[in-house]
Design a protein around this ligand. Structure first.
Ligand code: AMP
Length: 302
């Protein structure tokens, strides 16, 4: 099944207790596409970069089956840049720099060859751009999954609420779920958020796993306890990329299959954090993934 993802393709500068990187490849769309691409022969991307974005990075993405026909390259402009620093416990981070650059006036253009899209992943971006991406498609995809962040709740709540009425699955973290619903109990929050539009809600809880809600049904997937977490950047995007990649591969959007998809997304995210940036996502094999999914099974079945 065909998958289209939209989001940021960026330069990231990262600092964790284990070290520091200069500008390396990052962005929500990059992590999503790399993770979903693990399950599919091809992932279509709609995003924007400046002409400072190295050809080498684009070639690397293409070599992983990521189709960049929908990547706009803006002459004379700079790519989106984000810098973050993690604290000792790795659970919290400070955003040091957000330079929107090309993202500031990004107008998503969907190439004709992407119009058959069955699965649409809206990565973290301005809600208005997420709306334009949905509206740019001639037919509604079978499943639309959306990611967002607290920042948009602070500055663009009305637009955000509008996108929520247009999507099937929302994926946010626990803090964001509490902010969006104004409720502390995640179960109550989930009910209120599902009433805003999405029939399915995923609440990520970082190193404490993820919850899946749909109607009265609920599923919990733990995160795999790891000995060393080097860099959590992109874990959320890798998680949701694995989730939608697995659904698109199996072409089954039942709640039962979403449970399996959550486990596969969690397994992909557990690899992502083992090295800096996207590095680890380039190394893993199908056997590695199968092994890790088994570790999740061992961890949680009784
Ligand atoms: P995560 O760790 O899953 O939250 O994702 C981190 C990625 O999100 C980094 O690679 C950043 O480039 C990207 N990112 C950070 N802030 C934004 C933003 N405001 N809009 C789009 N992408 C962002």
């Amino acid at each position: 099944m065909s998958l289209l993802t939209i989001g940021s393709v960026a330069f990231d500068a990262l600092e964790t207790p284990y070290g520091k990187t200069d500008k390396i490849i990052g962005g929500s769309c990059t992590y999503i596409a790399l993770s979903a691409g693990f399950f599919l022969p091809k992932v279509n991307v709609v995003a924007v970069v400046g002409d400072d974005f190295p050809q080498e990075y684009m070639d690397t993405l293409k070599s992983r089956g990521i189709n960049l026909d929908g990547l706009q390259i803006k002459k004379g402009e700079k790519s989106f840049f984000w810098a973050g620093k993690y604290h000792n416990n790795m659970n919290s981070r400070d955003t040091l720099v957000t330079e929107l650059n090309v993202l500031a006036d990004f107008k998503p253009v969907i190439p004709a060859s992407y119009q058959d899209c069955d699965y649409l992943m809206l990565g973290n971006l301005t809600p208005q751009v997420q709306i334009e991406a949905i509206q740019g498609l001639n037919k509604r995809p079978k499943l639309v999954v959306m990611d967002t962040m607290n920042f948009w709740m602070d500055v663009a709540m009305d637009d955000l609420k509008r996108v929520l009425t247009m999507v099937d699955v929302l994926c946010i973290n626990d803090e964001e779920a509490r902010q969006l619903s104004d409720q502390y109990s995640l179960r109550t929050a989930a009910k209120l958020i599902m009433a805003m539009g999405p029939k399915t809600l995923i609440i990520k809880k970082g190193e404490h796993g993820a919850l899946l809600f749909q109607g009265d049904r609920m599923f919990y997937c733990p995160a795999l306890p790891l000995e060393d977490v080097f860099d959590p950047t992109g874990a959320g995007d890798t998680f949701v990329g694995g989730f939608i990649g697995y659904l698109a591969k199996t072409d089954d959007i039942s709640f039962e299959n979403m449970r399996r998809a959550i486990v596969h997304g969690s397994a992909m995210a557990s690899f992502c954090v083992e090295k800096f940036g996207t590095e680890r996502l380039f190394e893993i094999t199908e056997a590695d993934l199968a092994g890790r999914v088994n570790e999740f099974r061992e961890l949680a079945s009784f």
